[in-house]
Design a protein around this ligand. Structure first.
Ligand SMILES: [Zn+2]
Length: 255
């Protein structure tokens, strides 16, 4: 798995030989699936990110402790990223039957319920002070009891909305609840055969390129050889001419 280090390991503590680091890694791999509905085998690129934390202690050797903590944080992030890639799924449609895999929908429900819960809880926490300020300066009938009732209602609504993802969300049968699934994800899905054909085509192109490069190299070498042979022949001719001229000169001097 080829990882990208998203954040250079962030140092969060470095004192008297004690060091703690946080690392964030990101990687994209090809996720292989076999459809539970029709048995088709397909794949798609799955991208995930993971954080890791590492601590180290080397008495009074801050630099060594820091390097060791960084390595541990990277290793921790890498192991978590590997696990995420193995156990995560993106909600993509099977190219054979257009169905979603149940494990991908389960993961999506958990994620979206968690987001709903977080957003709802933040809103609930902010409600009391905001209503308190409004009650003090603008609306006199907003008593503490009313405010607490609103907060309680918000809390109940948050939990109900978060829980709603389980009975009300099943995109496989057209139930999309609060928001659906982006069809963009389906653009990168390939059947195993299509992927194999693509890999073969890529190999073919690379082999062709290597062959062409080899031919170009051979041509260049032949041209070089020819140039050298021509130069040698020219030199041979010149030396022969010089020898004949010298012979002529000696004969003329002899007369
Ligand atoms: Zn299928």
């Amino acid at each position: 798995m080829e990882c990208v280090n998203v954040d250079a390991a962030a140092q969060i503590g470095d004192r008297m030989g004690f060091s703690t680091n946080v690392a964030t890694l990101e990687a994209e791999t090809l996720k292989h699936e076999t459809c539970v509905h029709c048995g088709m085998r397909y794949l798609y690129p799955l991208s995930r990110r993971a954080h890791g934390i590492g601590s180290s202690y080397f008495p009074f050797l801050n630099l060594i402790a820091s390097m060791d903590a960084e390595e541990k944080a990277n290793e921790h992030a890498y192991q978590r990223l590997k696990q995420k890639h193995a156990n995560s799924f993106d909600p993509v449609r099977c190219p054979g039957c257009q169905g979603y895999q149940p494990q991908a929908i389960r993961e999506l429900k958990r994620k979206r319920a968690w987001i709903t819960l977080k957003v709802g809880l933040v809103a609930t926490i902010c409600t009391a002070p905001i209503l308190g300020i409004i009650a003090q300066f603008a609306v006199s009938w907003l008593s503490a009891e009313v405010i607490w009732c609103v907060v309680l209602a918000e809390l109940v609504l948050t939990v109900a909305l978060a829980a709603g993802w389980w009975p009300l969300f099943n995109p496989g049968v057209g139930k999309t609840y609060l928001w659906g699934i982006s069809p963009v994800l389906d653009d990168n899905v390939l059947t195993l055969e299509a992927h194999q054909a693509m890999v073969d085509a890529r190999h073919e192109v690379r082999a062709q390129e290597e062959l062409q490069a080899e031919e170009r190299r051979a041509k260049t070498m032949a041209a070089q050889f020819q140039r050298e042979a021509n130069a040698a022949a020219k030199k041979q001719r010149q030396m022969q001419e010089m020898a004949e001229r010298a012979k002529r000169d000696i004969l003329e001097q002899g007369r």
